[in-house]
Design a binder for this molecule. Structure first.
Ligand code: MEV
Length: 314
């Protein structure tokens, strides 16, 4: 028997970084997926293969000795095998449509799909159980992860998220998103650490930015509920100025955003920043013009995924 699960990529529309310090974020999942296939095998190894490489580790290997790329997956595999008192090993293969290391949540989506796929060999985990183990796994390599990415990759749709509460926004969006990739790979934990240092040095400035971001998000929520694309875009551009102030934008990202100013409704970094992708708000009227204006960058139009993680056994 094989268990196959897939989970969507994510975009942060508002609130990255500030979410770590108690703020709110608005996220959505998009129609690019990572798929994890797993099956039990008759030895005591965990074998993982993916486009990013392959490893074979012993079932009982400490995850500290595992390639950090695969540490969270080994953690999930070990935890589920133990929970179900299985003496088998596991073969896991991963296929992804989500570019990695560029702010689209590939690692979170991978943890979510792996938790769903591996648990599916034994039982049907609820989405709450999937998100819990995926966040635990993610925190083995990135201690301060807010859990926002993992939650949206699990539940899908458009979500309002705080570290205490996840609320699916039942919206019928009239917009499309364009994602443009700077192709500058970033490390989320390193960028998060730099923001922590900024906060420690610029205590008052950071506190004021947190307040401004909170008000902005309430206004953005209101604009989203009314499908007021002009206003949502305006709020995204203001959010981008907050991200610039905490030092997570850079020249390339700023240039990309300038290239579509006045053409699309608005744009900002999505995810940790200092590289990675920008997300641009468009509709049918300006989608093509936006793609044309970004022809020097890798970019694609995307739709919101409403399914979240999905699993089947064959
Ligand atoms: C990364 O996609 C979003 C951050 O806010 C980190 C997190 O929420 O864990 C930068």
């Amino acid at each position: 028997m094989k268990s196959i699960a897939s989970a969507p990529a994510k975009v942060i529309l508002f609130g990255e970084h500030f979410i770590i310090y108690g703020g709110k974020a608005i996220l959505c999942s998009i129609d690019k997926r990572i798929t994890v296939e797993s099956e039990l095998i008759d030895d005591n190894t965990i074998q993982i293969s993916s486009d990013l490489g392959s490893i074979t580790s012993s079932r009982d290997e400490s995850i500290k000795n595992t390639d950090p790329k695969f540490g969270p997956l080994v953690f999930i595999a070990q935890k589920i095998l133990k929970q179900f008192e299985s003496k088998s090993g596991l073969k896991i293969s991963i296929k992804s449509e989500i570019p990695s290391g560029v702010g689209l949540g590939s690692s979170s989506a991978c943890c979510v799909a792996a938790a769903s796929s591996i648990s599916g060999l034994f039982t049907n985990y609820s989405k709450d159980e999937i998100v819990k183990i995926a966040i635990e796994a993610e925190r083995t390599v990135f201690e301060n992860a807010s859990g926002a990415d993992t939650s949206i990759c699990t539940f899908g749709g458009i979500m309002e998220y705080t570290k205490q509460e996840t609320k699916n926004l039942d919206l019928k969006p009239k917009f499309h998103l364009v994602i443009a990739n700077s192709k500058m790979i970033h490390s989320t934990s390193e960028v998060v650490l730099r923001v922590k240092q900024f906060r420690e040095k610029q205590v008052d400035e950071f506190a004021l930015l947190c307040q401004n971001e909170s008000s902005l998000i309430e206004e953005a929520l209101d604009a989203l509920k009314r499908n007021d694309l002009g206003l949502i875009g305006e709020k995204m551009l203001i959010n981008q100025t907050h991200l610039q102030k905490i030092g997570v934008s850079n020249q390339t990202l700023d240039e990309m955003i300038r290239a579509i100013k006045g053409i699309s409704y608005g744009a900002k970094i999505t995810g940790a920043g200092d590289g990675g992708c920008i997300v641009i708000l468009v509709d049918e009227s300006n989608l093509q013009k936006t793609l044309d204006a970004l022809k020097n960058y890798e970019c694609f139009a995307t739709k919101i995924d409403t399914l979240g993680v999905e699993q089947k056994t064959i």
